[in-house]
Design a binder for this molecule. Structure first.
Ligand code: M6R
Length: 365
């Protein structure tokens, strides 16, 4: 049932504040402001490395997770798309653990990667939405994302719930490994606890701007997304979302890679969507934006209040989100990225919930 929404995708985008709050409450004790991972699949204090594998949007949530595990838990993460991971014959040892991320829990390549790691004697954690799925069953333990059924082929709420779970795991791992202080953990938990409220507000506030921007975006045939740090996977996710439902060709790049190739494409016919909260990377990303502007590129700038105040570059549009803690920025910035893809596809008249050639669950390789 779509309720008052035109599509399941729209409904699922708007469900995010509620389902994220549900997902977080499974991992966080808001009273003591602590993450509790005790007796869950993996003993993060004991592992030396983490292998992560998934496909599509689930892979991109894992890529954000890599930044978090490495920074907050000082735990090195090896991540790859499952179709490559399963055949790479990657050397693994049993002081490593492996995480597999899958909404459906049935993706063939992800399952094959899981089985490879299991054969090598690794402890397996499954980050899944469907608790009765094959990946859930074959994991040593599961970290449910509790997003509720996701019907739209384009993954939205599963993505942000995966992020919420990965953020919780990285914080918990940081505590277990002694790389986060109690005060840092509390601060991060506080930021996570504000997320549902911030997401509701953003969904409300940016809706009209997203619709009018989508109308403009639908006139273009190529779009480039750029970001640094955790905004890099967000750029990849933006491009994936736009291409899969609107069929507009879109690419995501690490902003620092611009000069290594994609800058050759810049002209007034290819808008560049820059995802840049005012974080440690902001100045660097703005200098990449300058390079785009100097070549006549049109910029759609997705930033926060501080970032909007700090940049004077002319843009085709600037989307201003509230200033939030670095940890929760990916979940907040996911919203304009999803809405822009959604409204663009609606304008173009595509079948948003069932885009051509795609299946919700890819059970063959
Ligand atoms: O069910 P899974 O999470 O394993 O699915 C993985 C991908 O097939 C999926 O995320 C796909 O990329 C989506 N259509 C993206 O919106």
């Amino acid at each position: 049932d779509k309720g008052n929404h035109r599509h399941f995708m729209e409904k699922e985008i708007h469900e995010q504040p509620e389902v994220i709050s549900h997902a977080l409450s499974n991992y966080i004790d808001f009273h003591s402001q602590k993450v509790h991972l005790d007796e869950m699949a993996i003993d993060f204090a004991k592992v030396s490395r983490l292998a992560v594998s998934a496909c599509g949007t689930a892979y991109l949530s894992g890529l954000v997770g890599k930044y978090w595990f490495e920074r907050y838990a000082r735990l090195p993460v090896e991540i790859d798309v499952a179709s490559e991971f399963r055949y790479r014959e990657m050397p693994l040892s049993n002081d490593q653990a492996a995480l597999f991320i899958s909404q459906s829990g049935e993706t063939a390549d992800t399952l094959a990667s899981l089985r490879y790691c299991k054969e090598q004697g690794l402890k397996i954690g499954g980050i899944v939405n469907v608790k009765e799925s094959t990946i859930a069953r074959e994991s040593d333990g599961i970290y449910p994302i509790l997003a509720g059924p996701e019907i739209g082929v384009a993954s939205t709420k599963a993505f942000t719930c995966q992020l919420a779970v990965l953020a919780s795991l990285a914080i918990g791992a940081g505590r277990m490994r002694g790389t986060l202080t109690e005060a840092e953990e509390k601060q991060m938990v506080r930021s996570l606890s504000e997320l549902p409220r911030i997401m509701s507000r953003v969904l409300n506030d940016i809706q009209p701007q997203m619709e009018s921007l989508a109308r403009e975006l639908s006139k273009f045939h190529h779009v480039l997304y750029l970001g640094r740090g955790t905004s890099y996977p967000m750029a990849l996710e933006g491009a994936l979302k736009l291409k899969e439902i609107s069929y507009i060709h879109a690419e995501g790049y690490a902003a620092g890679e611009l000069k290594h190739g994609p800058i050759a494409l810049i002209d007034e016919n290819m808008p560049v969507i820059v995802i840049a909260p005012h974080d440690r990377f902001f100045e660097k990303t703005v200098s990449n934006m300058q390079e785009v502007a100097a070549r006549g590129g049109r910029i759609i700038f997705i930033t926060d209040e501080k970032g909007a105040a700090a940049s004077t570059l002319p843009t085709m549009a600037t989307i201003v989100l509230p200033n939030v803690a670095e940890l929760i920025a990916p979940m907040v910035f996911a919203l304009p990225v999803q809405l822009l893809a959604y409204h663009t596809a609606v304008f173009m008249g595509t079948d948003v919930d069932q885009p051509r050639n795609l299946a919700k669950s890819v059970t063959v390789e």
